[in-house]
Design a protein around this ligand. Structure first.
Ligand code: NAD
Length: 737
């Protein structure tokens, strides 16, 4: 049948080779149909005496991405529907549905015939859990083979037996570490942990899997054998007594209790290890159906899985424009950013010409890539050949004539209007009239810079974040005259270098920096109020921010903050800036010479390694300090998230951001906005616009006008609307959740 997801080939030894290959998808995932067909196969093999064992593998270069997460969305929608008609049954229905995969895997495990999973590529989530339920696991020895249970990254957890089988195969500490971080394992690491049995040459994968069965592999899982002992000892053993109290503390330190799924992993493992596996699986199922209903899971799945995929696949790309093939990219300005842009471009296999004013500067720019390649080889992340290939794609030059045949040019010269004007004119004198010219400016509006261009429709902003090789987000800024064609080229380029784009309209600070500035400014307010600096930083981390605002300001550089404050006053007048902010950054930079991490002195001190950075002790002498016991930490947390979310709302109101998915992803990928919320707009949607407006009213009264809710939000609150409802990114009305 053409819709068959698996092909079966039974050899002369009676071993059925099941090859999973979903022809309508680039990657195998577990859908309802995939589960049903697999279930039918299990029955067929059990009934067929000629089948002695089963080898399960993939027909694609990857093994599988795991469960199709849109299934979760369907389950929740089904539950909501059931709640309306038959509320008593709704929980039970969800409970049964979430157990579907888990009990199918248990059926395989107890079917009486040996199954071996032959892992030939990336094997994630539900697919790795299926492998764990097989009696044998063999992986191909290749850098492209990775195994992980990464569910926690989207707000859920391994709910198809992962929390029960991993800690029955390896010690509980490693199991918890693996599942609460979602880390990927290489075949050798997985074998060392006891999660797989063999690592073999890719060509020998299937024969090795079959050999396990021919060698008499038992069709009974170790935990189904009487006398089974946990590899890490029982939870009430001496080993357990060492692990569990510490594990809870570490989890709290790492997650600040913001991630219910991470906590559910600990609970599921702790409770599940004390009972037989069937009860353990039920415990897991119970936690899973609870976690799936949390706002954290729903927001994270939506932003970090569904939206991320859609945006990466070009949701914002204008239709009807031919995809661009990049044969050469020009990067002008080989400084900190230009060097990074050249690296990520060459890493994607695209030739780059890196241009600066003199060869010394270009050599320094290329040396940045050389250093990254060297480190990559040392850490086993790349090979010598791949590194050499990458470096050979970067040529250096001081001559703008070398840009003549470029398909896209990105300028990353000094942040100075006059320098950018000269450079724009010089570049345009060389490139084809149709070539798109992009600026990496972080502060200068694109429409203004486009005035230097003879073809403003081909002028666009491509704003990278630092460090370019690590930051996944790229902000694309449309000038007033930027054409759809230029946008398509910019999006094609961002897709080629495998980063995530958000498309925004032109404004001072664009989207991400506008939001980040609010975050840092709120910490200035707190400093001026006398909130102890350590509380300012800790409250931010408790709210789910990866870096405290003062530490972040040190990374950005405080003299840059001073420059921005002064430029704002020059352009918009004194009232545009809180005088306390100007005073603080002036004091830091001009009186104290504290520029941030770059001179080892900022809001933090940076002693020589191995000593760690610590808050500058004198910081608290700048303002009379409040009594720490009287500071409401929850309110500090609310202030951070609210002040950023409100700025995101203003950008929506002003038409800077037009798609809620981009605002959410921009805040998470741009500066780590509390990922458990699903992003700044999802944060408001989850709370409800009215509750958010009410909270902001209180904050505005106490702390100032930065908390005044924009009209848009007040209107949404009155109408009971959400951002995903009012600014539905899908043409199909029903698609927005
Ligand atoms: P940088 O000072 O490290 O590098 C600028 C480079 O431009 C220097 O190597 C300089 O020699 C070169 N240059 C100057 N005039 C030139 C000319 N006429 N022709 C060719 N090269 C010329 O600065 P940077 O931090 O890399 O910033 C570059 C741009 O990127 C700026 O517009 C900045 O706002 C933007 N940006 C910076 C960051 C950041 O974190 N540093 C982040 C995003 C965007």
């Amino acid at each position: 049948m053409s819709n068959e997801i698996y092909t079966v080939d039974v050899d002369n030894d009676g071993i059925a080779l099941v090859t999973w290959d979903m022809t309508d998808r680039s990657m195998n995932v577990f859908t309802q149909a995939a589960l049903e067909q697999l279930d039918a196969l299990v029955d067929r093999f059990v009934a067929d005496d000629a089948v002695k064992g089963v080898v399960f593998t993939s027909g694609k270069s990857t093994f599988s991405g795991g469960a199709d997460l849109t299934m979760m969305k369907t389950m929740l929608a089904g539950m909501a529907e059931e709640k309306r008609t038959n509320p008593d049954n709704a929980q039970q229905m969800l409970f049964d549905q979430v157990g579907r995969m888990s009990w199918l895997y248990r059926k395989i495990e107890t079917c009486g015939k040996p199954w071996v999973s032959a892992i030939n590529g990336v094997c994630m989530g539900g697919a790795f859990e299926l492998s764990l339920a097989c009696h044998g696991r063999v992986a191909a020895d290749s850098p492209s083979v990775k195994m992980a249970l990464p569910e926690v990254k989207v707000g859920i957890f391994p709910g198809a037996g992962g929390t029960q089988r991993v800690p029955r195969l390896t010690n509980a500490q490693d199991a918890l570490q693996m599942m609460t971080t979602g880390q990927s394992l290489t075949p050798s690491r997985a074998k060392a942990m006891g999660l797989i049995h063999e690592v073999v040459e890719p060509k020998k994968l299937i024969s090795a899997a079959k050999a396990m069965i021919k060698g008499g592999l038992s069709p009974v899982a170790p935990w189904d054998v009487k006398g089974f002992k946990l590899p890490g000892g029982q939870v009430w053993s001496a080993q357990g007594a060492q692990l569990w109290p510490a594990a809870s503390a570490i989890l709290r330190r790492e997650t600040q209790d913001n991630y219910p799924a991470a906590k559910a992993i600990l609970q599921s493992v702790f409770e599940g290890l004390q009972v037989p596996i069937d009860t353990g699986l039920k415990i897991e199922q119970r936690y899973f159906s609870h976690i799936l209903q949390t706002p954290e899971a729903q927001s994270m799945i939506r932003s970090l899985f569904v939206s991320l995929q859609e945006i990466n696949k070009g949701a914002r790309r204008p239709e009807g424009i031919k995809p661009t093939k990049f044969r050469k990219i020009g990067v002008v300005g080989a400084g900190f950013m230009g060097a990074g842009i050249a690296y990520v471009t060459a890493k994607a296999g695209i030739p780059v010409v890196l241009i600066d004013r003199d060869m010394e500067a270009t050599a320094k720019g290329k040396a940045y890539s050389e250093e990254l390649v060297k480190k990559g080889i040392q850490r086993g992340k790349t090979t010598k050949e791949a590194g050499e290939k990458l470096l050979s794609l970067i040529t250096t030059s001081t001559d703008h004539a070398d840009l003549a045949d470029a398909d896209l040019v990105i300028e990353a010269v000094f942040e100075d209007r006059d320098v950018k004007k000269t450079v724009t004119e010089s570049i345009e004198a060389q490139i084809r009239p149709s070539t798109v010219l992009a600026s990496n400016t972080s502060t200068l509006p694109i429409t203004g810079l486009a005035k230097n261009s003879k073809r403003p429709k081909n002028f666009i902003g491509i704003h990278f974040f630092s460090p370019v090789d690590k930051m996944m987000l790229v902000e694309i800024i449309l000038g007033r005259k930027t054409s759809d064609k230029a946008l398509a080229v910019a999006l094609d380029y961002v897709a080629a270098i495998k980063k995530t784009p958000i498309v925004v309209n032109d404004t001072r600070g664009f989207f991400v920096n506008r939001c980040v500035l609010r975050y840092m400014n709120e910490s200035y307010n707190m400093l001026a109020e006398g909130v102890p600096p350590a509380m300012i930083e800790n409250a931010a981390k408790m709210a789910g921010m990866p870096v405290g605002p003062l530490a972040l300001n040190d990374e950005v550089a405080i003299d840059l903050s001073l420059k921005i404050v002064r430029a704002t006053i020059a352009d918009l007048g004194e009232k545009a800036v809180d005088p306390r902010h100007l005073e603080l950054v002036e004091t830091m930079v001009e009186k104290e010479g504290r520029l941030g991490r770059k001179n080892g002195k900022g809001f933090y001190d940076y002693p020589a390694k191995p000593a760690k950075k610590h808050l500058w002790p004198e910081l608290k002498t700048l303002y009379p300090q409040l009594d720490a016991a009287k500071v409401d930490v929850q309110e500090l947390k609310n202030r951070y998230l609210a002040v950023i979310a409100l700025e995101a709302v203003r950008t929506v109101e002003e038409g800077i951001v037009t798609d809620p998915r981009e605002a959410d992803l921009g805040t998470i990928l741009g500066f780590g906005f509390a990922p458990y919320t699903g992003g700044a707009l999802s944060y408001i949607d989850s709370m409800g616009a009215q509750a958010f407006v009410d909270m902001c009213k209180v904050l505005a009264r106490k702390y100032g006008k930065q908390f005044r809710a924009p009209k848009l939000l007040v209107d949404m609150a009155a109408k009971g609307e959400t951002f995903y409802g009012r600014f539905n990114p899908y043409k199909d009305e029903k698609a927005a959740a």
